[in-house]
Design a protein around this ligand. Structure first.
Ligand code: MOS
Length: 704
């Protein structure tokens, strides 16, 4: 791998889009100025399964300011209805509660919302089934889990488990969780019938993690060629995976725009609607078995997962995949079983798979450390695999031990081992005697992926500026800044000479901002384009020259196993009388290759850790299985950690460069911060109280 010489790489540069954001001039999806807009509000099913028999729209249509009402009975067919999550209003069948069955287009958002409530709907209701339980008799093995094998077996777990000196055999559960980016899912759709030589043309201002992904998914559904559709998203107020694919609201907006004869349609989901429409993290029931000898060496490890999907579209998550590479053991098995329910389709939520899966693994490892009488760091060090246990490949850089030692040093972990053993609780008491205090740690991992297929164009202008175009996304992570730094270093020019252009399908194809692969994928592409540009046009190019190239293949991908690692350290305080839980300190030490931008990187890591804290203590969606809907569908009832919950939080990373992953040497850091964080919180609470909570979230009632 030929690396680029770091000049701007690693700098804690201010966000280039920062002042536009804080002064309110950065345009988000709903805010793009369009002429004469209309507003859309959806009508949603109030049954979980069945069929719409009739929809009376007269009252809604009579309301002043209503442009049109569309329903399952009068919506033209889509060209492609294979995706049953996206193919809205195509027939009267209802597959989950909250599904779109109609919409009102009006002159104001208030009118649209009011009119949507006036549509009278009759249903033939069928009994639904929305409850995930381990004893269901219809659990099945999916063909794959997000592209990975559903089941793996190495050695003989059963015999090794029976023969083990020390065993852990426990079930861990995680609840449904919902993505809540600050900017709700929103879009503006414009359908112009005769825009391009008599052909239809659709413009979609969207809040998305990938403009090209949206276009490639939606254009064929409307029978459009790619060039008949443009998707624009210069700024996105968070996504966390839920904006990694278009959802039904995008289709509904375009359907409405086709109806309004050229008038733009503005559509913002309400926070409540997001809980039914834009995906969520599956709940999980995870059975973990660890077998070890008296020295804490793992001899057996099994991880069997039960999770859910929707009957209309399979999304099976890779919950136990990290277990296949995390620790050394001669006998290992993993499995995934799925229940298809009458519910909305689950989807990505920050580190899908690794987040719930590593929660269970890392709490089980803590239980094993206690059972073996070993420090949890020492237990992990003893079970460190030399090579990737699954593929047998060498690591491109597995520095978990360094993360644990460096994190322990900074956290002050060694104070933990100096306990006198005479305290009423394992950890200790606060000076005022009211709080039980403990510390815990957990490990983290996330794969380093580079998605193939992106293209970048570099144009040298008469103004002596290099315009770098790639249809990438900045979902608040810092892409605008990081890619500009990469481009300047790759072109070996001053950063002021680079003008980055992203967030528009007008620019060359780019892969989605997901899987922590955005900067690695787009950065690799920009570096390749810069090198080709220099080769073709030299260091002193003529004005007007340009170069376009694609993500190069990385031969090292066949040779090395590429993953990031990390270690979380947490201090927990639990009130002796009330069970109130406080987390005064969180520290994360990470191995993520080279930092591209030290400032935005730190934000990603502490953001992930905060989301892990939130998962540990707060986040839980309740589905009322009598009616099939999620009751906790707003920020008053779906709790997310806020400033008052987050106290001293710190993240740092090893000073390293991964020479195999990409020319920047960086492995991506959007997701690893959440992986393992909840386990560290649970392990610290155990240390404080002696109560081992296995079912998230940890609430006061569970520790009293
Ligand atoms: Mo991330 S959940 O892969 O968008």
């Amino acid at each position: 791998m030929r690396m680029i010489e770091p000049g701007y790489l690693g700098n804690p540069m201010e966000r280039l889009d920062g002042s536009a954001k804080v002064t309110g001039t950065a345009l988000y999806a709903f805010e793009h100025p369009v002429e004469n807009p209309t507003y859309l509000h959806a009508v949603q099913a109030t049954v979980a399964l069945g069929r719409v028999v009739s929809m009376k729209t007269e009252l809604a249509e009579a309301l002043q300011g209503v442009v049109a009402v569309i329903t399952v009975f009068d919506t033209p067919r889509l060209a492609d209805t294979e995706d049953r999550e996206l193919s809205v209003l195509q027939d009267p069948a209802v597959h989950f509660r909250g599904q779109f069955i109609g919409a009102v287009i009006a002159e104001t958002p208030e009118t649209a919302r009011h009119a949507a409530g006036l549509v009278q709907v009759e249903y033939d209701e069928l009994p639904h089934d929305s409850e995930l339980r381990a004893d269901r008799d219809d659990l099945y093995a999916p063909e794959d889990v997000n592209g990975f094998a559903a089941d793996t077996t190495d050695g003989d777990v059963e015999s090794a488990f029976v023969a083990a000196d020390v065993t852990i055999d426990q079930t861990y559960t995680t609840p449904l969780e919902h993505n809540n980016p600050m900017e709700p899912h929103a879009c503006i759709a414009i359908w112009e019938d005769d825009a391009k030589g008599g052909r239809a043309c659709v413009t979609l201002y969207d809040s998305t993690q990938g403009v090209h992904v949206v276009r490639e998914t939606l254009a064929p559904m409307f029978g459009l060629e790619l060039e008949q559709m443009r998707v624009v998203a210069p700024h996105v107020g968070g996504g966390f995976g839920s904006k990694g694919s278009p959802h039904a609201h995008n289709v509904l907006a375009i359907l409405a725009a086709r109806r309004t004869a050229g008038r733009p349609v503005k559509f913002a989901l309400t926070r409540q609607q997001m809980f039914a429409i834009v995906g969520y993290r599956t709940s999980t029931i995870q059975h973990l078995r660890l077998g070890a000898n008296t020295h804490g060496l793992l001899t057996a490890m099994s991880h069997d997962v039960i999770e859910q999907t929707s009957k209309i579209k399979e999304y099976a998550e890779q919950t136990a995949v990290a277990t296949r590479i995390m620790y050394a053991t001669p006998n290992r098995s993993t499995s995934h079983r799925v229940a298809a329910l009458d519910v909305a389709v689950p989807f990505w939520m920050r580190a899908p798979g690794e987040t719930p899966g590593m929660y269970a693994v890392e709490v089980a490892m803590d239980e094993l450390a206690v059972a073996c009488g070993l420090d949890p760091i020492e237990l992990r060090v003893r079970n460190e695999p030399e090579v990737d246990p699954e593929s047998g490949k060498p690591w491109s850089g597995r520095n978990l031990i360094d993360c644990m030692y460096a994190g322990a040093e900074r956290f002050g972990w060694k104070d933990r081992s100096r306990r006198d053993g005479r305290r009423p609780v394992r950890g200790g008491l606060s000076p005022d005697g009211n709080w039980m205090v403990g510390t815990g740690m957990a490990a983290a991992t996330y794969p380093a992926m580079t998605n193939p297929g992106s293209k970048a164009r570099i144009v040298f202008g008469a103004d002596r500026i290099y315009t770098v175009q790639i249809g990438a996304a900045d979902i608040g992570t810092g892409t605008w800044t990081a890619l500009t730094q990469i481009a300047a270093d790759a072109l070996e020019c001053h950063i002021e000479e680079v003008r980055l252009q992203i967030g528009d399908t007008t620019f060359p194809f780019a892969t989605v901002a997901g899987g922590s692969a955005g900067i690695s994928s787009w950065g690799s592409t920009i570096v390749a384009a810069a090198r080709q540009f220099r080769a073709e046009h030299s260091a002193t190019p003529l004005a007007g020259v340009e170069t376009t190239t694609e993500t190069p293949e990385n031969p090292d991908e066949d040779v090395y196993s590429m993953h990031s690692f990390g270690a979380h350290f947490v201090e927990a305080r639990v009130h002796r009388e009330t069970g109130e839980i406080r987390i005064p300190r969180m520290l994360g030490a990470f191995s993520i290759g080279r930092a591209i931008n030290a400032k935005t990187l730190r934000s990603q890591l502490i953001g992930g850790m905060t989301m892990g804290l939130s998962m540990a203590l707060h986040e839980e969606s309740f589905r009322d299985n009598r009616f099939g809907h999620v009751m906790t569908h707003d920020l008053a009832s779906y709790h997310i950690s806020t400033n008052a919950d987050v106290q001293d939080i710190e993240a740092f990373w090893l000073d390293e460069t991964d020479a195999h992953v990409n020319p920047m040497g960086s492995r991506g850091a959007g997701e690893i911060g959440i992986v393992g964080a909840a386990a560290a919180v649970v392990n610290a609470i155990y240390d404080a109280t002696g109560v081992r909570v296995r079912d998230l979230p940890v609430t006061a009632d569970k520790v009293l």
